[in-house]
Write a protein that binds this ligand. Structure first.
Ligand SMILES: NC(=O)c1ccc[n+]([C@@H]2O[C@H](COP(=O)([O-])OP(=O)(O)OC[C@H]3O[C@@H](n4cnc5c(N)ncnc54)[C@H](OP(=O)(O)O)[C@@H]3O)[C@@H](O)[C@H]2O)c1
Length: 322
């Protein structure tokens, strides 16, 4: 089968399309014929080798990609609940061999049935970013109906889902993005959209229950500003788990009588099922900014590295399931 592999850390030029053996599912895994894979910043962060906390967990050579939609091709002998031929989506096998390949394996618990309304390309853009947004808003932020949430990076992969999930749950949503994306953020359902470059959002926003830091900015001074918009008892959640809270951030949380949490992604089947339910009910749309053919994977990484993708990038691997 073909797969996009790296044998060394580096720039987009280390990505190689190769022929390798098809993986065999372990007892608790399923083998999926991948139709499309999401492209996420995680992919090029792993590729670069620059993240010290991830590096010890990575074995080269490695197939990249941890975001997939496809069809079940085989099931491990302990797996119940999946049949060969079913369409699925999931976040398989991080940080092992992933979904930039004709076939990938992952624990059955990392997959769920594909939302029926979506094609494979759209579905492949959902799991990693969607699960991250879900973990941040509900797993750590405990966001409830009627609460106010500020979502930073509201136009990106994680942020686009976060805005829609929060609205679907009945929250009042304020999103930040750059000027050209404010209409997009409103179209996603945000009640207010603010330009993080030109507007003093930290003065305009008040009495927020949850802040979700889903922007790529890793900056403690910006976190202190964001904590200032929380009400007492509020929660500051960051998905940037590689950038821990420093003393200034801890002090700001204490001043505000707020709590802080770093939200790692969790590849949970129950959350994938809930997300699929919202999509099939028409409450969440999937915004795909561009679909790249496999041969252009390096260009997909270059675009992702700009940190200004609107919605999601997808790598089409087997169009029409061929
Ligand atoms: N915890 C986890 O497991 C996990 C999983 C996935 C992602 N993440 C993290 O989540 C963050 C977002 O990831 P993503 O996939 O959504 O990225 P993305 O699709 O590239 O989106 C990033 C968004 O952030 C905005 N942005 C860019 N620079 C900014 C700045 N200086 N200040 C404020 N906003 C800025 C951009 O908005 P404009 O284009 O409108 O400027 C863009 O839409 C990243 O830091 C990523 O590492 C964590």
């Amino acid at each position: 089968m073909k797969a996009v592999r790296i044998h060394a850390f580096g720039g987009p030029e280390v990505l190689q399309i190769e022929e390798i053996a098809r993986p065999v599912p372990a007892a608790d895994e399923i083998l999926v014929h991948v139709h499309a894979s999401g492209v996420n910043p995680m992919d090029w962060v792993v590729r670069s080798g620059d993240n010290d906390s991830l590096r010890p967990y990575i074995t080269l050579p490695l197939t990249l990609g941890w975001d997939a939609a496809g069809v079940v091709a085989a099931v491990g002998n302990e797996v119940t609940g999946f049949q060969i031929g079913e369409a699925v989506y999931g976040m398989p096998n991080f940080p092992g061999d992933g979904s930039y390949a004709d076939y990938c394996v992952g624990k059955a618990s990392q997959w769920a049935r594909k939302p029926q309304r979506l094609g494979f390309n759209e579905a492949a853009g959902v799991p990693l970013a969607g699960l991250t947004a879900w973990a941040g808003l509900f797993g750590h932020g405990q966001l409830r109906a009627g609460q106010r949430v500020l979502i930073q990076g509201a136009s990106g992969g994680v942020g686009s889902f976060a805005v829609q999930f929060a609205k679907a749950k009945g929250a009042y949503v304020i999103g930040t993005a750059s000027a050209g994306n404010l209409d997009y953020v409103r179209q996603l359902g945000a009640d207010e959209a603010l330009d993080y470059r030109s507007q003093p959002w930290e003065e305009l926003v008040r009495d927020v229950d949850v802040v979700l830091e889903a922007s790529p900015l890793r900056d403690s001074a910006a976190r202190v500003k964001a904590i200032g918009v929380l009400k007492a008892g509020g929660i500051f959640v960051s998905v940037n788990v590689d950038f821990p809270f420093d003393e200034a951030v801890e002090a700001a949380l204490a001043r505000q009588q707020a709590t802080g949490a770093l939200a790692p992604n969790q590849p949970r089947q129950d959350w994938l099922q809930e997300i699929a339910g919202l999509i099939d009910a028409g409450q969440v749309q999937v915004a795909i900014s561009k679909v790249y053919p496999l041969a252009q994977v390096a260009d997909a990484h270059r675009e992702s590295q700009t940190w200004h993708v609107q919605g999601k990038l997808v790598l089409e691997i087997n169009p029409n399931g061929e």
